[in-house]
Design a protein around this ligand. Structure first.
Ligand code: ZN
Length: 327
């Protein structure tokens, strides 16, 4: 609040004329490149009250401004501070084993979501594979028609990697290494794109990875999710300094189109439970039990199914998903 007041009150005199300085000096939209003064949405990242969630005046994309520099970002990823701060906030003394338990249901859910699609392909690549828990679960399954490899840049995660083959390539800055070129017929990425300061270049840099006729599925948090409408506390909680972009259907499509992809489908999936949503409304905080995904009694799961169906019909699920290809 202080910073806001300071900036809006700051005025300079140029050639005898008073000019109000914008608190968004230096802004550039990460999707369309517009430098036009963005709209302040009133939301701040919960872990950096000196930044703003702003909406691009040109394309309507929501992003954080100012965002972390590349150096700060690399440091945070290499040391795992982003992981540690998130985990430790939830559970004191958290470590990789705790993370495995925490991500168990999340991974099971995503295997359920994408398994059939993976089975249609031979070589799957997961961009931003973290500790490799998703790969670890898949590698233990029998009857897979595909192999899966990961890509991860955080040294903290690489040191503890459990998912088998992993490539340490930062596609925000690097081109595809030769041994990865033309190899993958399905590229999956879950909750990575929102962290990137130049998503268009990233999407261009990964193009050589695709096998002929290959496709990709990218999942990000949905800026237009229903829970934000239901709970002001959740809306405040949902903005993070690491999430440079807060995509909605339009801006997610736009970023792929700008990178020259053919967009096949954009849709949402609700991952969290009705109980979790009710808890946000009643108590202003997440319902941690059952990994926020299930009802307290299995016999009530049908309510969850109905609720998810309803939310997804409105395109307001937690996860926003895009399917695209090069041709
Ligand atoms: Zn824009």
């Amino acid at each position: 609040m202080l910073c806001d007041t300071l900036w809006s009150g700051m005025r300079v005199k140029a050639r005898g004329k008073e000019i109000k300085m914008s608190k968004f000096e230096g802004f550039q939209c990460v999707v369309c490149g517009s430098k036009e003064e963005p709209v302040d949405t009133g939301f701040r990242p919960r872990d950096n009250k000196n930044a703003f969630n702003v909406k691009c005046a040109e394309c309507g994309h929501n992003q954080i401004f100012p965002y972390m520099t590349m150096e700060e970002y690399s440091e945070a990823y290499n040391e795992g501070t982003t992981f540690k701060s998130e985990e430790i906030k939830i559970a004191e003394g958290a470590d990789v084993e705790t993370a495995r338990v925490k991500w168990k249901e999340w991974n099971a859910k995503h295997i359920e979501m994408y398994y059939d699609r993976m089975q249609q392909h031979r070589h799957v690549l997961d961009l931003g594979s973290g500790f490799g828990f998703f790969e670890e679960s898949l590698n233990r399954m029998e009857g897979n028609h595909f192999t899966i490899e990961g890509v991860e840049i955080g040294q903290y995660r690489l040191d503890a990697y459990v998912g088998g083959v992993v490539h340490n390539v930062n596609f925000s800055e690097e081109k595809a290494p030769e041994n990865m070129e033309g190899r993958y017929d399905l590229i999956i990425s879950m909750h990575l794109l929102e962290h990137l300061y130049d998503p268009v270049s990233f999407l261009c840099n990964i193009k050589p990875l695709f096998a002929p006729g290959g496709e990709c599925i990218f999942e990000v948090p949905n800026h237009d999710c229903f829970l934000k409408e239901l709970s002001k506390e959740y809306a405040d909680f949902s903005y993070l300094k690491e999430h440079i972009s807060n995509y909605d259907k339009n801006s997610l499509r736009l970023v792929f189109e700008r990178a020259g992809y053919r967009v096949k489908k954009v849709y949402t999936r609700e991952i969290y439970s009705l109980e979790n949503h009710l808890n946000w409304i009643r108590n202003g905080k997440p319902f941690i039990k059952y990994n926020q995904m299930y009802m307290p009694d299995e016999r009530l799961e049908f309510l969850n199914d109905l609720y998810h169906e309803y939310v997804e019909k409105m395109d307001k699920g937690y996860s926003l998903i895009i399917e695209a290809s090069l041709e």
